[in-house]
Design a protein around this ligand. Structure first.
Ligand code: URA
Length: 221
């Protein structure tokens, strides 16, 4: 201590500004930069991905969109034709309904993070194969790791089963909270908006699921 005081006196006497360590800002900057790097690395790996044959027929990958610090993550199945063309999830008719479903529980599309299990469009909008899901799921896990949502809303059977590693039917998964890898994030399951467009009578059940999710989210605070 005495040494340091003496050193200060010497430096002052010499008219030299003393160097001081600014611990907090330096740490903040390093964390921000490395956080952004990780996200960019992930985006680039998805964009260049050739882990399955879907890369041969895609226009582009569909990484996901929204708030990278969102409390809510929305997970769908896979891009359709419009998403493949625009590079953004849920921009077609199902996307319009998704936006309305989110708005019904007070969530703006921009305030959540929206991703799919698959980042490439299966041709003809067929169901993703188990092998395609297995190749692509690590990207979704990385997104969950980085966004760290408080709650995940899984839309449809493929999203629910892939996130939860189960083959239980959607109906059996509704109405309770599950935990998803890799962070044990709470998951609430509901119907896919494309299914609701074909089966509007089920919208009432989806509304119950959304209210349930909102309640769970409030309890997690
Ligand atoms: N259906 C999905 O599951 N995801 C999309 O992005 C669009 C339609």
């Amino acid at each position: 201590m005495l040494e340091r005081a003496r050193r200060s006196q010497y430096l002052q006497a010499l008219g030299i500004d003393e160097w001081t360590r600014r611990v907090q800002p330096a740490v903040d900057i390093v964390e921000t930069v490395s956080g952004e790097d990780e996200w960019t690395v992930l985006q680039n790996s998805v964009a260049a991905c050739q882990r399955c044959a879907l890369h041969e027929c895609r226009t582009q990958t569909v990484f996901g969109v929204g708030d990278r610090r969102a409390e809510w993550m929305v997970v769908g199945e896979a891009p359709g034709a419009e998403e493949d063309a625009r590079g953004e999830p849920f921009v077609g008719a199902a996307g319009q309904l998704l936006n309305a479903m989110l708005a019904a529980i007070g969530l703006a599309r921009e305030s959540v993070f929206i991703a799919n299990v698959l980042k490439c469009r299966p041709p003809g909008n067929r169901d993703p194969s188990p092998a395609e899901i297995a190749e692509c799921l690590p990207y979704l896990h990385q997104q969950i790791r980085q966004v760290k949502p408080r709650l995940i809303l899984a839309f449809g059977r493929v999203a629910a089963q892939s996130l939860l590693g189960t083959d239980q039917p959607l109906g059996a998964l509704r109405g309770s909270v599950h935990a998803a890898a890799p962070l044990n994030t709470p998951v609430v399951v509901t119907y896919h908006p494309a299914y609701l467009l074909r089966t509007p009578a089920e919208k009432r059940k989806a509304w119950e699921d959304l209210k349930y999710a909102r309640r769970i989210h409030a309890e997690l605070r």
